[in-house]
Design a protein around this ligand. Sequence first.
Ligand code: NAP
Length: 413
Amino acid sequence: MPATPSPPSDAKPITSRDGRLVVPDHPVVPYIEGDGTGPDIWRATKPVLDGAVARAYAGRRRIGWLRILAGESAHAAVGDALPPETVEAIRTYLVAIKGPLTTPVGGGHRSLNVTLRQTLDLYTCIRPVRWFPGVPAPVVSPQKLDVVIFRENTEDVYAGVEWPSGSKEATSLISHLNATLGTHLRDDSAIGIKPMSPMASKRLVRAAIRYALTNKRRSVTLVHKGNIMKFTEGAFRDWGYQVATEEFGDVVVTEKEVEDRYCGVAPAGKLLLNDRIADAMFQQLLLRPDEYDVIATPNLNGDYISDACAAQVGGLGIAPGANIGDSVGIFEATHGTAPKYAGQDKVNPGSLILSGAMLLRHIGWGEAASLVETAFGKTIAQKVVTYDLARQISGVEPTSCSGFGRAVIANMD
Ligand code: NAP
Protein backbone atom coordinates (compact mmCIF):
# COMPACT_ATOMS: atom_id res chain seq x y z
CA MET A 1 0.00 0.00 0.00
CA PRO A 2 1.35 3.49 -0.81
CA ALA A 3 1.98 5.68 2.24
CA THR A 4 -0.80 8.03 1.07
CA PRO A 5 -3.60 6.71 -1.14
CA SER A 6 -5.38 9.24 -3.35
CA PRO A 7 -8.20 11.25 -1.83
CA PRO A 8 -11.77 10.60 -3.05
CA SER A 9 -11.87 12.05 -6.57
CA ASP A 10 -14.81 14.41 -5.99
CA ALA A 11 -13.49 15.80 -2.65
CA LYS A 12 -11.64 19.12 -2.46
CA PRO A 13 -8.95 20.33 -0.07
CA ILE A 14 -9.70 22.76 2.74
CA THR A 15 -7.67 25.92 2.11
CA SER A 16 -6.74 28.93 4.19
CA ARG A 17 -7.25 32.61 3.33
CA ASP A 18 -6.15 35.45 5.63
CA GLY A 19 -5.75 32.96 8.46
CA ARG A 20 -9.30 31.57 8.08
CA LEU A 21 -10.24 28.14 6.77
CA VAL A 22 -12.15 27.97 3.51
CA VAL A 23 -14.10 24.72 3.65
CA PRO A 24 -15.78 23.17 0.60
CA ASP A 25 -18.96 21.10 1.06
CA HIS A 26 -17.01 17.91 0.34
CA PRO A 27 -13.61 18.45 2.01
CA VAL A 28 -10.74 15.98 2.15
CA VAL A 29 -10.00 15.05 5.76
CA PRO A 30 -7.04 12.71 6.38
CA TYR A 31 -7.30 10.20 9.20
CA ILE A 32 -4.76 8.01 11.02
CA GLU A 33 -6.43 4.95 12.54
CA GLY A 34 -3.69 4.52 15.12
CA ASP A 35 -2.22 1.45 16.79
CA GLY A 36 -3.67 -1.07 19.26
CA THR A 37 -7.33 -0.20 19.78
CA GLY A 38 -7.06 2.72 17.33
CA PRO A 39 -8.82 0.84 14.50
CA ASP A 40 -11.63 -0.22 16.90
CA ILE A 41 -12.39 3.33 17.99
CA TRP A 42 -12.02 4.71 14.45
CA ARG A 43 -14.54 2.14 13.12
CA ALA A 44 -17.02 3.36 15.76
CA THR A 45 -16.25 7.06 15.25
CA LYS A 46 -16.39 7.48 11.47
CA PRO A 47 -20.10 6.58 11.08
CA VAL A 48 -20.95 8.92 13.98
CA LEU A 49 -19.25 11.87 12.27
CA ASP A 50 -20.68 10.98 8.85
CA GLY A 51 -24.15 10.51 10.38
CA ALA A 52 -24.04 13.90 12.09
CA VAL A 53 -22.88 15.71 8.94
CA ALA A 54 -25.53 13.98 6.79
CA ARG A 55 -28.29 14.92 9.25
CA ALA A 56 -27.12 18.46 9.94
CA TYR A 57 -26.84 19.43 6.27
CA ALA A 58 -29.42 17.12 4.67
CA GLY A 59 -26.77 15.44 2.54
CA ARG A 60 -25.40 18.71 1.10
CA ARG A 61 -22.11 18.30 2.97
CA ARG A 62 -19.98 15.18 3.23
CA ILE A 63 -16.43 14.42 4.38
CA GLY A 64 -14.04 12.80 1.89
CA TRP A 65 -11.95 10.66 4.22
CA LEU A 66 -8.33 10.02 3.24
CA ARG A 67 -6.52 7.24 5.06
CA ILE A 68 -2.92 8.13 5.87
CA LEU A 69 -0.43 5.91 7.65
CA ALA A 70 1.49 6.33 10.88
CA GLY A 71 2.67 3.99 13.62
CA GLU A 72 2.81 0.22 13.40
CA SER A 73 0.67 -0.02 10.25
CA ALA A 74 2.96 2.46 8.50
CA HIS A 75 6.04 0.57 9.61
CA ALA A 76 4.58 -2.69 8.35
CA ALA A 77 3.50 -1.18 5.01
CA VAL A 78 6.41 1.08 4.10
CA GLY A 79 9.09 0.49 6.77
CA ASP A 80 8.70 3.95 8.31
CA ALA A 81 6.51 4.73 11.35
CA LEU A 82 5.97 8.30 10.17
CA PRO A 83 6.30 8.45 6.37
CA PRO A 84 6.98 11.93 4.95
CA GLU A 85 3.84 11.54 2.79
CA THR A 86 1.73 11.45 5.97
CA VAL A 87 3.16 14.69 7.31
CA GLU A 88 2.79 16.25 3.85
CA ALA A 89 -0.86 15.17 3.58
CA ILE A 90 -1.67 16.83 6.93
CA ARG A 91 0.17 19.97 5.83
CA THR A 92 -1.76 19.99 2.55
CA TYR A 93 -5.25 19.29 3.86
CA LEU A 94 -4.86 21.44 7.04
CA VAL A 95 -6.92 19.23 9.38
CA ALA A 96 -6.64 15.58 10.35
CA ILE A 97 -7.96 13.18 12.96
CA LYS A 98 -5.92 10.44 14.59
CA GLY A 99 -6.17 7.52 16.94
CA PRO A 100 -3.43 6.79 19.49
CA LEU A 101 0.05 5.70 18.41
CA THR A 102 2.47 3.41 20.21
CA THR A 103 5.60 4.96 21.69
CA PRO A 104 8.21 2.31 22.52
CA VAL A 105 9.58 2.71 26.07
CA GLY A 106 13.36 3.03 26.54
CA GLY A 107 14.30 2.78 22.85
CA GLY A 108 12.92 2.57 19.29
CA HIS A 109 11.49 5.62 17.56
CA ARG A 110 10.69 8.76 19.56
CA SER A 111 7.07 9.70 20.18
CA LEU A 112 5.30 10.15 16.85
CA ASN A 113 2.86 12.48 18.55
CA VAL A 114 5.67 14.74 19.73
CA THR A 115 7.31 14.56 16.28
CA LEU A 116 4.06 15.54 14.55
CA ARG A 117 3.52 18.44 16.96
CA GLN A 118 7.04 19.72 16.46
CA THR A 119 7.26 19.17 12.69
CA LEU A 120 3.94 20.89 12.03
CA ASP A 121 4.44 23.46 14.81
CA LEU A 122 1.15 22.54 16.46
CA TYR A 123 1.86 24.81 19.39
CA THR A 124 -1.46 24.65 21.21
CA CYS A 125 -2.88 21.54 22.81
CA ILE A 126 -6.55 22.19 23.51
CA ARG A 127 -8.38 19.97 25.98
CA PRO A 128 -12.00 20.86 26.83
CA VAL A 129 -13.05 19.10 30.03
CA ARG A 130 -16.62 18.92 31.25
CA TRP A 131 -18.90 16.41 32.84
CA PHE A 132 -21.58 14.43 31.04
CA PRO A 133 -24.56 13.54 33.28
CA GLY A 134 -24.42 9.86 34.10
CA VAL A 135 -20.63 9.50 33.99
CA PRO A 136 -19.46 8.17 37.35
CA ALA A 137 -17.10 10.75 38.89
CA PRO A 138 -14.99 10.76 42.06
CA VAL A 139 -16.10 14.23 43.21
CA VAL A 140 -19.43 15.35 44.70
CA SER A 141 -20.30 18.01 42.10
CA PRO A 142 -18.61 17.10 38.82
CA GLN A 143 -20.99 19.42 36.91
CA LYS A 144 -19.12 22.40 38.38
CA LEU A 145 -16.04 21.74 36.25
CA ASP A 146 -16.24 23.08 32.70
CA VAL A 147 -12.82 24.24 31.53
CA VAL A 148 -10.86 24.45 28.30
CA ILE A 149 -7.13 23.93 28.80
CA PHE A 150 -4.62 25.54 26.42
CA ARG A 151 -1.30 23.78 26.94
CA GLU A 152 1.85 25.06 25.26
CA ASN A 153 3.11 22.24 23.07
CA THR A 154 6.61 23.05 21.86
CA GLU A 155 8.83 24.15 24.74
CA ASP A 156 9.47 23.62 28.44
CA VAL A 157 11.02 20.37 29.64
CA TYR A 158 9.31 18.63 26.68
CA ALA A 159 11.68 20.29 24.22
CA GLY A 160 13.80 17.14 24.47
CA VAL A 161 17.02 18.87 25.51
CA GLU A 162 18.44 16.52 28.14
CA TRP A 163 21.46 14.33 28.79
CA PRO A 164 21.86 11.23 30.99
CA SER A 165 23.79 11.12 34.24
CA GLY A 166 27.51 10.58 33.59
CA SER A 167 27.28 11.43 29.87
CA LYS A 168 29.99 13.51 28.25
CA GLU A 169 27.48 16.29 27.56
CA ALA A 170 26.04 16.41 31.08
CA THR A 171 29.48 16.26 32.70
CA SER A 172 30.90 19.01 30.53
CA LEU A 173 27.86 21.24 31.01
CA ILE A 174 28.01 20.76 34.79
CA SER A 175 31.68 21.64 34.99
CA HIS A 176 31.07 24.73 32.85
CA LEU A 177 28.13 25.85 35.01
CA ASN A 178 29.93 25.19 38.29
CA ALA A 179 33.15 26.84 37.13
CA THR A 180 31.73 29.91 35.44
CA LEU A 181 28.25 30.56 36.81
CA GLY A 182 28.73 29.64 40.44
CA THR A 183 26.27 26.76 40.52
CA HIS A 184 26.78 23.74 42.80
CA LEU A 185 25.44 20.89 40.71
CA ARG A 186 26.43 17.32 41.58
CA ASP A 187 28.98 15.97 39.09
CA ASP A 188 26.92 12.91 38.18
CA SER A 189 23.57 14.70 37.76
CA ALA A 190 21.47 14.16 34.68
CA ILE A 191 20.69 17.46 33.01
CA GLY A 192 17.47 18.65 31.38
CA ILE A 193 16.91 22.13 29.98
CA LYS A 194 13.66 24.06 30.29
CA PRO A 195 13.50 26.60 27.46
CA MET A 196 10.56 29.03 27.41
CA SER A 197 10.47 31.94 24.99
CA PRO A 198 8.36 35.10 24.78
CA MET A 199 7.26 34.17 21.25
CA ALA A 200 5.94 30.70 22.14
CA SER A 201 4.38 31.80 25.43
CA LYS A 202 2.67 34.80 23.88
CA ARG A 203 1.19 32.96 20.91
CA LEU A 204 -0.26 30.35 23.29
CA VAL A 205 -1.87 32.99 25.52
CA ARG A 206 -3.06 34.87 22.42
CA ALA A 207 -4.78 31.69 21.17
CA ALA A 208 -6.43 31.16 24.57
CA ILE A 209 -7.71 34.74 24.75
CA ARG A 210 -9.03 34.61 21.17
CA TYR A 211 -10.79 31.34 21.91
CA ALA A 212 -12.32 32.77 25.10
CA LEU A 213 -13.57 35.86 23.26
CA THR A 214 -14.97 33.89 20.30
CA ASN A 215 -16.72 31.39 22.54
CA LYS A 216 -17.93 33.99 25.06
CA ARG A 217 -16.12 32.41 28.00
CA ARG A 218 -15.76 34.39 31.25
CA SER A 219 -12.08 34.22 32.07
CA VAL A 220 -8.59 33.10 31.13
CA THR A 221 -6.30 31.91 33.93
CA LEU A 222 -2.52 31.76 33.44
CA VAL A 223 -1.23 28.79 35.44
CA HIS A 224 2.49 28.85 36.25
CA LYS A 225 5.08 28.00 38.88
CA GLY A 226 6.64 31.45 38.72
CA ASN A 227 7.30 31.70 42.44
CA ILE A 228 10.07 29.09 42.02
CA MET A 229 11.04 29.26 38.33
CA LYS A 230 11.01 33.02 37.98
CA PHE A 231 12.63 33.44 34.57
CA THR A 232 10.69 30.69 32.80
CA GLU A 233 7.30 30.14 34.45
CA GLY A 234 7.26 33.60 36.02
CA ALA A 235 8.07 35.13 32.65
CA PHE A 236 5.26 33.08 31.08
CA ARG A 237 2.85 34.88 33.40
CA ASP A 238 4.37 38.30 32.61
CA TRP A 239 4.33 37.69 28.85
CA GLY A 240 0.72 36.55 29.15
CA TYR A 241 -0.33 39.80 30.85
CA GLN A 242 1.68 41.72 28.26
CA VAL A 243 -0.23 40.11 25.36
CA ALA A 244 -3.52 40.82 27.10
CA THR A 245 -2.83 44.48 27.77
CA GLU A 246 -1.06 45.27 24.50
CA GLU A 247 -3.32 43.37 22.11
CA PHE A 248 -6.66 42.96 23.90
CA GLY A 249 -6.66 45.96 26.26
CA ASP A 250 -10.15 47.07 25.21
CA VAL A 251 -11.84 43.72 25.90
CA VAL A 252 -9.78 42.14 28.70
CA VAL A 253 -9.68 43.22 32.33
CA THR A 254 -7.12 41.85 34.81
CA GLU A 255 -7.99 40.65 38.30
CA LYS A 256 -5.89 43.48 39.73
CA GLU A 257 -7.85 46.07 37.74
CA VAL A 258 -11.08 44.52 38.96
CA GLU A 259 -9.90 44.92 42.57
CA ASP A 260 -8.42 48.41 42.11
CA ARG A 261 -11.01 50.01 39.86
CA TYR A 262 -14.21 47.99 39.87
CA CYS A 263 -14.72 47.11 43.58
CA GLY A 264 -14.02 43.43 42.94
CA VAL A 265 -16.70 42.90 40.28
CA ALA A 266 -15.57 42.38 36.68
CA PRO A 267 -17.39 44.78 34.33
CA ALA A 268 -20.00 43.13 32.11
CA GLY A 269 -18.81 42.18 28.65
CA LYS A 270 -15.11 42.05 29.58
CA LEU A 271 -12.98 38.94 29.68
CA LEU A 272 -11.27 38.48 33.06
CA LEU A 273 -7.55 37.59 33.03
CA ASN A 274 -5.96 36.25 36.19
CA ASP A 275 -3.13 33.93 37.17
CA ARG A 276 -2.63 31.15 39.68
CA ILE A 277 0.42 29.25 40.92
CA ALA A 278 0.19 25.67 39.66
CA ASP A 279 0.07 23.84 43.00
CA ALA A 280 -2.65 26.14 44.29
CA MET A 281 -4.52 25.68 41.03
CA PHE A 282 -4.81 21.93 41.59
CA GLN A 283 -6.54 22.69 44.90
CA GLN A 284 -8.71 25.37 43.34
CA LEU A 285 -9.88 23.06 40.57
CA LEU A 286 -11.03 20.56 43.19
CA LEU A 287 -12.49 23.01 45.69
CA ARG A 288 -13.88 25.83 43.52
CA PRO A 289 -13.95 24.47 39.95
CA ASP A 290 -16.75 26.77 38.82
CA GLU A 291 -14.48 29.81 39.24
CA TYR A 292 -12.32 28.70 36.31
CA ASP A 293 -12.99 28.66 32.62
CA VAL A 294 -10.18 28.86 30.03
CA ILE A 295 -6.73 27.91 31.33
CA ALA A 296 -3.45 28.83 29.56
CA THR A 297 -0.33 27.11 30.82
CA PRO A 298 3.15 25.85 29.91
CA ASN A 299 3.68 22.33 28.67
CA LEU A 300 4.35 20.30 31.82
CA ASN A 301 1.70 22.00 33.97
CA GLY A 302 -0.75 21.50 31.12
CA ASP A 303 -0.01 17.80 30.91
CA TYR A 304 -0.75 17.28 34.62
CA ILE A 305 -3.75 19.60 34.79
CA SER A 306 -5.43 18.10 31.72
CA ASP A 307 -5.41 14.59 33.12
CA ALA A 308 -6.32 15.70 36.65
CA CYS A 309 -9.33 17.63 35.34
CA ALA A 310 -10.40 14.76 33.09
CA ALA A 311 -10.19 12.32 36.01
CA GLN A 312 -12.25 14.69 38.17
CA VAL A 313 -15.22 14.35 35.82
CA GLY A 314 -14.64 10.60 35.44
CA GLY A 315 -13.77 11.00 31.83
CA LEU A 316 -10.15 10.14 31.11
CA GLY A 317 -11.44 7.70 28.46
CA ILE A 318 -13.80 10.28 26.94
CA ALA A 319 -11.71 13.47 27.08
CA PRO A 320 -11.20 14.95 23.60
CA GLY A 321 -8.19 16.90 22.42
CA ALA A 322 -6.66 18.83 19.55
CA ASN A 323 -3.20 20.06 18.61
CA ILE A 324 -3.41 23.23 16.61
CA GLY A 325 -0.91 25.58 14.97
CA ASP A 326 -1.35 28.67 12.84
CA SER A 327 -2.52 26.68 9.85
CA VAL A 328 -2.84 22.98 10.72
CA GLY A 329 -4.93 21.14 13.34
CA ILE A 330 -4.83 17.49 14.39
CA PHE A 331 -7.71 16.18 16.48
CA GLU A 332 -6.97 13.11 18.54
CA ALA A 333 -7.98 10.65 21.20
CA THR A 334 -6.15 11.68 24.36
CA HIS A 335 -5.69 8.17 25.77
CA GLY A 336 -3.13 5.64 24.56
CA THR A 337 -3.42 2.52 22.42
CA ALA A 338 -4.68 0.22 25.24
CA PRO A 339 -3.04 -2.67 23.32
CA LYS A 340 -4.41 -5.48 25.50
CA TYR A 341 -7.91 -4.75 24.17
CA ALA A 342 -6.92 -4.38 20.50
CA GLY A 343 -9.38 -5.94 18.07
CA GLN A 344 -11.92 -6.79 20.79
CA ASP A 345 -14.44 -4.05 19.86
CA LYS A 346 -14.50 -3.25 23.56
CA VAL A 347 -12.92 0.08 24.49
CA ASN A 348 -14.63 3.45 24.78
CA PRO A 349 -14.56 5.41 21.50
CA GLY A 350 -15.77 8.56 23.30
CA SER A 351 -12.49 10.45 23.23
CA LEU A 352 -12.15 10.10 19.44
CA ILE A 353 -15.85 10.81 18.82
CA LEU A 354 -15.69 14.05 20.83
CA SER A 355 -12.38 14.98 19.17
CA GLY A 356 -14.20 14.51 15.87
CA ALA A 357 -16.86 16.94 17.11
CA MET A 358 -14.08 19.43 17.85
CA LEU A 359 -12.82 18.97 14.29
CA LEU A 360 -16.29 19.66 12.90
CA ARG A 361 -16.54 22.84 14.96
CA HIS A 362 -13.01 23.85 13.87
CA ILE A 363 -14.03 23.69 10.19
CA GLY A 364 -17.17 25.70 10.91
CA TRP A 365 -19.64 22.80 10.90
CA GLY A 366 -20.93 23.61 14.37
CA GLU A 367 -24.42 22.19 13.75
CA ALA A 368 -22.95 18.74 13.09
CA ALA A 369 -20.62 19.09 16.10
CA SER A 370 -23.55 19.92 18.38
CA LEU A 371 -25.50 16.92 17.05
CA VAL A 372 -22.59 14.63 17.99
CA GLU A 373 -22.16 16.15 21.45
CA THR A 374 -25.86 16.13 22.30
CA ALA A 375 -26.37 12.56 21.10
CA PHE A 376 -23.22 11.51 22.97
CA GLY A 377 -24.54 13.01 26.21
CA LYS A 378 -27.94 11.39 25.68
CA THR A 379 -26.35 7.97 25.14
CA ILE A 380 -24.37 8.15 28.37
CA ALA A 381 -27.43 9.42 30.27
CA GLN A 382 -29.28 6.31 29.00
CA LYS A 383 -26.49 4.26 30.62
CA VAL A 384 -25.46 2.84 27.27
CA VAL A 385 -21.74 2.72 28.07
CA THR A 386 -18.64 0.67 27.35
CA TYR A 387 -16.94 -1.56 29.93
CA ASP A 388 -14.84 1.19 31.52
CA LEU A 389 -17.87 3.19 32.63
CA ALA A 390 -20.18 0.19 33.07
CA ARG A 391 -17.90 -1.28 35.74
CA GLN A 392 -18.44 1.85 37.82
CA ILE A 393 -22.25 1.87 37.58
CA SER A 394 -24.03 -0.90 39.41
CA GLY A 395 -26.36 -3.09 37.38
CA VAL A 396 -25.21 -1.83 33.97
CA GLU A 397 -24.14 -4.28 31.26
CA PRO A 398 -21.41 -2.87 29.00
CA THR A 399 -22.05 -2.24 25.34
CA SER A 400 -19.38 -2.77 22.69
CA CYS A 401 -17.26 -0.04 21.16
CA SER A 402 -19.22 -0.21 17.88
CA GLY A 403 -22.51 -0.61 19.80
CA PHE A 404 -21.82 2.66 21.60
CA GLY A 405 -21.21 4.38 18.25
CA ARG A 406 -24.50 3.00 16.86
CA ALA A 407 -26.36 4.21 19.96
CA VAL A 408 -24.96 7.73 19.49
CA ILE A 409 -26.15 7.73 15.88
CA ALA A 410 -29.61 6.49 16.93
CA ASN A 411 -29.79 9.35 19.44
CA MET A 412 -29.32 11.92 16.67
CA ASP A 413 -32.83 11.21 15.35
P1 NAP B 1 -3.36 3.63 27.60
O1 NAP B 1 -3.20 3.02 26.27
O2 NAP B 1 -4.11 4.91 27.66
O3 NAP B 1 -4.07 2.54 28.50
C1 NAP B 1 -4.07 2.54 29.91
C2 NAP B 1 -5.40 2.06 30.42
O4 NAP B 1 -6.35 3.12 30.26
C3 NAP B 1 -6.02 0.89 29.66
O5 NAP B 1 -5.49 -0.35 30.05
C4 NAP B 1 -7.47 1.07 30.06
O6 NAP B 1 -7.66 0.77 31.45
C5 NAP B 1 -7.63 2.58 29.97
N1 NAP B 1 -8.01 3.02 28.61
C6 NAP B 1 -7.26 3.61 27.65
N2 NAP B 1 -7.97 3.89 26.58
C7 NAP B 1 -9.23 3.50 26.84
C8 NAP B 1 -10.44 3.53 26.11
N3 NAP B 1 -10.53 4.03 24.88
N4 NAP B 1 -11.55 3.00 26.70
C9 NAP B 1 -11.49 2.51 27.93
N5 NAP B 1 -10.39 2.44 28.66
C10 NAP B 1 -9.26 2.93 28.14
O7 NAP B 1 -1.94 3.90 28.29
P2 NAP B 1 -0.60 3.07 28.27
O8 NAP B 1 -0.92 1.61 28.48
O9 NAP B 1 0.29 3.75 29.22
O10 NAP B 1 -0.01 3.28 26.82
C11 NAP B 1 -0.11 2.32 25.76
C12 NAP B 1 0.57 2.91 24.52
O11 NAP B 1 -0.13 4.10 24.10
C13 NAP B 1 2.04 3.33 24.75
O12 NAP B 1 2.79 2.97 23.63
C14 NAP B 1 1.95 4.86 24.86
O13 NAP B 1 3.14 5.47 24.48
C15 NAP B 1 0.82 5.14 23.89
N6 NAP B 1 0.15 6.43 24.12
C16 NAP B 1 -0.22 7.12 23.01
C17 NAP B 1 -0.90 8.33 23.16
C18 NAP B 1 -1.29 9.06 21.90
O14 NAP B 1 -1.10 8.56 20.81
N7 NAP B 1 -1.85 10.26 22.01
C19 NAP B 1 -1.23 8.83 24.42
C20 NAP B 1 -0.85 8.07 25.54
C21 NAP B 1 -0.17 6.87 25.37
P3 NAP B 1 -8.17 -0.63 32.05
O15 NAP B 1 -7.24 -1.68 31.58
O16 NAP B 1 -8.13 -0.38 33.52
O17 NAP B 1 -9.55 -0.84 31.57
